[in-house]
Write a protein that binds this ligand. Sequence first.
Ligand code: ADP
Ligand code: MG
Ligand code: ZN
Length: 489
Amino acid sequence: MAEASSNGAARGAYEPVIGLEIHVQLATRTKMFCSCALEFGEPPNTRTCSVCLGLPGSLPVVNARAVHLGLMIGLALDSELAPRSIFHRKNYFYPDQAKNYQISQYDEPLCRGGRLGEVRIHRVHLEEDAAKLIHVGSSGRIHGSDASVVDFNRGGTPLAEIVTEPDIHSAEQAGEWLRLLRTTLEQLGVSDVNMEEGSLRADANISLRPAGSHELGTKTELKNMNSFRFLERGIRAEIVRQEEVLAGGGRVEQETLHFDPTSGSLTSLRSKEEAHDYRYFPEPDLLPIAIDAAMLAAAREEMTELPAARAERLERDAGISAESARLLAFRGELGDYFEAALAAGADPAPGAQTLANWVTGELLGRLPEGEDNPAATPASPQALAELVGLLGARRVSAGAARQVLDRLLADGGSPAQIIETEGLAAMDGGAELEAIVAAAIAANEDAAQRVRDGNAKAVGPIVGYVMRETKGRADGGEVARLINSQLGV
Ligand code: ADP
Ligand code: MG
Ligand code: ZN
């Protein structure tokens, strides 16, 4: 919106406020309230029973393992675990919800409060997933209209819903934090956290407020973002939309939105419902969950090392910077790769900090679009350890090492062999390099004169010439030393 309105503030005058609601499919063997098996990709409607089909007279029973996994999540998020919590019926009609209500938790959830990184947790509760509606369109036309069919295999899948406080202030921060949460849940083993298969789905609540204000603005909710990229793009698009509404003097309507990643458009699904619309009431067919000491002990027993603790350990034991340690631990697959490389026993041994820099910098920057895990590439941790070891021993220059990494990522193999066959071994500062430096100076007399006159930055073209001639094999420090000595500066 180009023109500023009389009462609207300028772009950038608003602070985004974001809270996330994350649904996590729990890795149990059976469903939340019945003994149907949980399996992904089975033929439709083959994993059902009277309970998860909502037939009259059937009675739910709470899955103890789901409660156990919920407690582990609560412990990991530093939540207060409720000694007693209850289930409620959340009433609404939807074709994939045979009972016309969902069993969820309302004002007495399993866990309250907590924190992960810089984001406070509001609550964690247990519920069941709906079944799956599949839009078959014109191929399933009924009476001339497009049709949808329903698969009840997913109906009754155990979910933990994690609700944050509105402590996030940008799309990037939302993506980073969700990665940290995913790594935490993955490390705990409570879910397979597969976003594509829907085991981890995030709703983003977004509002804007004038920068410096502490009041909350009216929020909208982006539903079911199933990839980090869509989440970030959707939030960015919604921030821009709200900025335009507010800058134009308008008011943001409270509503639920769908972000279409292909077109980048936002469409309204429904105006926002309130809690009282759902006619919540206590589920009469289930007993309260009463946590006892044995259940707590069992949950504590199964806790594993979490990303925050891993970051501390990497900093302490590998002796790398706090920042590197956080990056590696919060993106667990990078930490796994780094630790595998450190343990690979390469000779010469790589320096841990240099290795960390190569994993979080050069390697991460070269991963193909949509790939988060360096272990899925042909470049093995062992090979990277060797390469960084050779770099440290000055057997290969940084520039040539980057070329070797490109080859490792494309075809795998051994760094020493690639260096050999591609002629990428470091040049020592012998007569050959001295001659190339002399030629570089002769070819760039103007630059050489400016360096002699005291402009050290003018050296660029001379260094560039040397690096081209040596295909990046020359050591940068050595080149600088030779140029200065030949120019007499
Ligand atoms: P609802 O009843 O609409 O689900 P809640 O108060 O339960 O709203 O909050 C749901 C999520 O929305 C939480 O993650 C919370 O942090 C976030 N949230 C609440 N108010 C705002 C706001 N004004 N702006 C951004 N996020 C918000
Ligand atoms: Mg909500
Ligand atoms: Zn069932």
